[in-house]
Ligand binder design. Sequence first.
Ligand code: FAD
Ligand code: NA7
Length: 512
Amino acid sequence: MAAFCRGRHRWKRTNCWHVLTRNLTGKFDYDLVVIGGGSGGLACSKEAAQLGQRVAVLDYVEPSLQGTKWGLGGTCVNVGCIPKKLMHQAALLGTAVKDAHKYGWQLSGPVSHDWSTMADGVQNYVRSLNWGHRVQLNDKKVKYLNMKGSLVDEHTVRALSKAGKETILTAKNVVIATGGRPKFPANVPGAAEHGLTSDDIFWLKKSPGKTLVVGASYVALECAGFLTGIGLDSTVMVRSIALRGFDQQMAGLVTDYMRAYGTRFAWKCVPKRVDKLSSGLLQVTWTDTSSGQEHRDAYDSVLWAVGRAPESKVLGLDKLGVQLNPETGKIVVAADESTSVPNIYAFGDIGEGRPELTPTAIKAGRLLARRLAGHSSELMDYDNVPTTVFTPLEYGCVGLSEQEAERRHGSDGVEVYHAFYKPLEFTVAERDASQCYLKVICERGGAQKILGLHFTGPNAGEVTQGFALAVKCGATYSHLLQTVGIHPTCAEEATKISITKRSGLDATVTGC
Ligand code: FAD
Ligand code: NA7
């Protein structure tokens, strides 16, 4: 340790000595230091403090390339779930205004949307959450440092403030929950220089205008969906398929609905370059890979939603031998969130193979805190995690996709019950319900255990959450049929579902 300090580190001798004495006496400044104050890190640190642990949490936001920055709370609060769902709500209200005419509302004059009113409301709400998180940490006696953390050894964290002030903290255990950041594509000149990502879109003061969204995973579709919904010309550029990893029949319904809703799609297209024109518009050149032809169009904004990656390099993990997946940069973790180095744990978006979702990060963080405090040995169960894609037609699911169920059980081992239904609220409004669909994937033999449930329709998150409990409890097809529906709802269709895909019968629900 002494040699380590003398030769390789810049911090003051007093600090160095401080580290040395703490380690030799077995006393640390903290029981737990958490690097990253996002969904997972905050949950972990608050839980640990509640169990009597001495805890510090470091959170530091490196501004985006466009200069966007935000406060405490991580991706979900600032540049993810929360602003996204609120802007999705803005878009849904646009549809509701159209429906309202049919329901008798007399709305005089043209209806239009004002970006800055929406953005102000959303951004102010996010700021209130930032403040709420600070207050909670204070109340729970968690030491919060707005500093960038990196590891010195398995018990020592170096924290650096924006002004360059260095602080050394020692801890019995160190937890890394630093999440990820949006990527830019390699080899597309002008992409990073002129492009936005989800780190910027929610914080724009002015409307992004005509927007090209590149990428086809749920972040891309959700952003393009709400932009269309508030009246902007938006195009999704899809390199291969939409919603990779999700059930592909459901992905088709989601994109079909979006197309009918007004979102444009450039299928099988890859961007080549982005140039800023003298008009200020961004000219995007792309290749249509099915024809090999090159195309061009001008946009006000280009939003890259081509995946996320952790900034694991700055954490100093390589020096300590913390094993990373070289392809993703994520930390290799065991079932108990331990890394390859004792006393260092990692979870949430930075954990290799973990779902990139807030509730899993929160739950995993709480459980880890309890285990580290010696209060429990319960592990996080990552099976049957439900999720919802908040596209104009929402898509909720839990369990396996039909493709994955067939891969695991064979197509003869799986029974799929399905129904095309019409939400009651669509009727008077004369809305097309062609993509409102529900399917329940069951084991074909035995008690017909439910393997997966997929739903497109209004309030898909609310619908799916309850069924997720049933799936977690090992529900079977007959449990579903024994359940009494709530009438009139969309979710009740699940309790009546009887047409199998195998039968080839028309799955359209008729009557009540
Ligand atoms: P994060 O929340 O990313 O927190 C990590 C924190 O650590 C950040 O504040 C970061 O700045 C900080 N940090 C990084 N490095 C350091 C360092 N060296 N020192 C100090 N601090 C550091 N999930 C859902 O469940 N539902 C949704 O609807 C949903 N929508 C999303 C929409 C978008 C557009 C995006 C991008 C994500 C969405 N997610 C959603 C995913 C969700 O936001 C993440 O899964 C979740 O935030 C991960 O939590 P985390 O604690 O692992 O990391
Ligand atoms: P994902 O889930 O990693 O998806 C990335 C998408 O971007 C996917 O459709 C990719 O197509 C596409 N992609 C990737 N690189 C390119 C390039 N160079 N050009 C065009 N298209 C590209 O990323 P998201 O940002 O949507 O979401 C990440 C997580 O954040 C998500 O799980 C949420 O939890 C929050 P492909 O399928 O590879 O052809």
